[in-house]
Design a protein around this ligand. Structure first.
Ligand SMILES: N[C@@H](CCC(=O)N[C@@H](CS)C(=O)NCC(=O)O)C(=O)O
Length: 204
């Protein structure tokens, strides 16, 4: 059975949503990120990077990083494409989110990770906010005229959905992003999304 190590409201919500959508029985293990459990000796054996998500596999191994976990789960649950070109585009999107969009929000949420001089933090935060907002607008463009990012619902959509939720939680003017908002509103109707919001106590 699969096991997901997650922290509520974090990027691990993407695989959490995909697991719920997949419908297979799995174990959801909440890691107490607020109190540093991700840095405990026991968790470092699961993921030496001290981050969530980590996905425990049927054979007891673990994989970390959304860029590995989301395609893995997508393939397992039919939320992925067999077409090599579409697959490459899915990887392109997931890679861009993991390497660029997610770090932009770390710039405004965790400025201390990017400069030891507190005087620099306000500037790092401001740059992160502008960059993150720009990326949200870019994603809005990707949804123009589309229900999903690719030919059908995929694990990449759940990653995009997490970014919309973060946008709401962080006070960005998300309703101005018409295409992204239509996607969000449609996704919010899915029972899988409602179950994860209830489990992770998300109220936006
Ligand atoms: N590159 C990783 C990033 C994982 C990551 O930064 N996870 C955050 C939650 S969104 C985390 O574990 N934070 C705990 C901490 O920073 O100590 C991925 O895409 O999976």
């Amino acid at each position: 059975m699969l096991t997901l190590c997650y922290c509520p409201s974090s990027c691990s919500m993407a695989p959490h949503l995909v697991l719920e959508e997949g419908g297979e029985k799995y174990v959801a293990r909440e890691i107490d990120c607020a109190n540093g459990e991700q840095r405990s000796a026991e968790y470092l054996r699961i993921n030496p990077h001290a981050r969530v998500p980590a996905l425990g596999l049927d054979n007891g191994d673990y994989i970390s990083e959304n860029i590995a976990i989301l395609p893995f789960l997508g393939k397992r649950f039919g939320l992925w494409s067999d077409d090599p070109v579409i697959e490459a585009k899915m990887m392109s999107f997931i890679g861009w989110v993991a390497s660029t969009v997610h770090p932009a929000q770390a710039h405004f949420r965790r400025a201390e990770r990017y400069a030891t001089d507190p005087a620099a933090h306000a500037n790092i935060r401001a740059v992160g906010i502008t960059a993150f907002h720009g990326y949200l607008r870019e994603i809005d463009g990707l949804f123009a005229g589309k229900t999903y990012l690719f030919d059908r619902l995929s694990s990449a959509d759940f990653y995009a959905f997490v970014l919309y939720t973060w946008g709401l939680q962080r006070g960005f003017p998300m309703r101005e992003l018409k295409n992204f908002t239509a996607f969000n509103d449609h996704m919010r109707e899915r029972p899988s999304v409602q179950r994860v919001f209830a489990d992770e106590k998300i109220e936006v």
